[in-house]
Design a protein around this ligand. Sequence first.
Ligand SMILES: NC(=O)c1ccc[n+]([C@@H]2O[C@H](COP(=O)([O-])OP(=O)(O)OC[C@H]3O[C@@H](n4cnc5c(N)ncnc54)[C@H](O)[C@@H]3O)[C@@H](O)[C@H]2O)c1
Ligand SMILES: [Zn+2]
Length: 290
Amino acid sequence: MQDKYIPAVDFVDKLELRFASLAGLYCCRPLDALINQSFFRRGIGNHMKYPSVVILTGAGISAESGIQTFRGSDGLWENHRIEDVATPEAFIRNPALVQRFYNERRRQLLSNKIAPNPAHAAIGKLEREYSGKVWVVTQNIDNLHERGGTRNLIHMHGEMLKMFCEHCWERFDIAGDISSGDQCTACGRAGGLRPDIVWFGEMPHQMEFISELLEHCDLFVAIGTSGNVYPAAGFVQRAGRAGATTVELNLEPSQVENDFITHRYGPASKLVPVLIDDIMSGEVISGANL
Ligand SMILES: NC(=O)c1ccc[n+]([C@@H]2O[C@H](COP(=O)([O-])OP(=O)(O)OC[C@H]3O[C@@H](n4cnc5c(N)ncnc54)[C@H](O)[C@@H]3O)[C@@H](O)[C@H]2O)c1
Ligand SMILES: [Zn+2]
């Protein structure tokens, strides 16, 4: 396994980090504490093929749970143009529309129609039962990984069940609707509450920590992501350059399919449990379509 050092600035360039405008807005968890954890210490668990596993997930993993993906064939998200509901400019232009969009998504997520599928459950099982370390970095804003048993989880694009105040930056859990006129219970000001979603043009959460994970992982798996959204679409290159085996699981080849060593194509609910069994039984991961 190569252990090449890649300067952070190179990483930022390569990832086309176009979220820099709000850099520093979000806090990363203390890195030094995490770096001391066994995940970052190569050499342990030498008997294992993959002592450290990083799984990147996208909207495709939740499709069979009843949540639409971002880019259906029509290029819309739940019948809305991305520019109308997923940018800071859209929120300034029409806050009521944007709040309504996420309120609807939140209500749908909390309805009894939506539940984790076998792919979420298999990943939860891997974290519980595998002797190596497992981290999930999700672009999804739903809570299906948590409900599937995953604890080592980073919501790099935020969460539907959280909101924050643009005046005082306090974060809150939220299960009901958010209205732009609502008063913040922390600072008392009205008009600043918004969903804790990373919109296009904003800085994803915990990038420093994700960078450390990629630098030290042995197996990188991307599931149900189209490879259109950066910086997440560049993670495979980063993990590959650090020496990891890289695997794409998707319905169809993604935009960055050529960056992966191995591919398996089919529905996540079928592919993921098989892959997880392969990892847990110590097999070398290779391609196999369903
Ligand atoms: N569930 C959610 O939280 C959700 C839903 C829609 C959009 N989003 C947001 O949209 C952005 C979208 O980028 P993205 O790359 O995650 O999604 P995307 O919609 O761009 O791509 C989804 C990918 O999943 C694949 N796919 C569809 N059904 C699948 C299945 N059953 N099994 C395996 N693969 C399947 C598609 O072929 C596609 O390549 C993210 O930033 C995310 O925050 C999130
Ligand atoms: Zn406030």
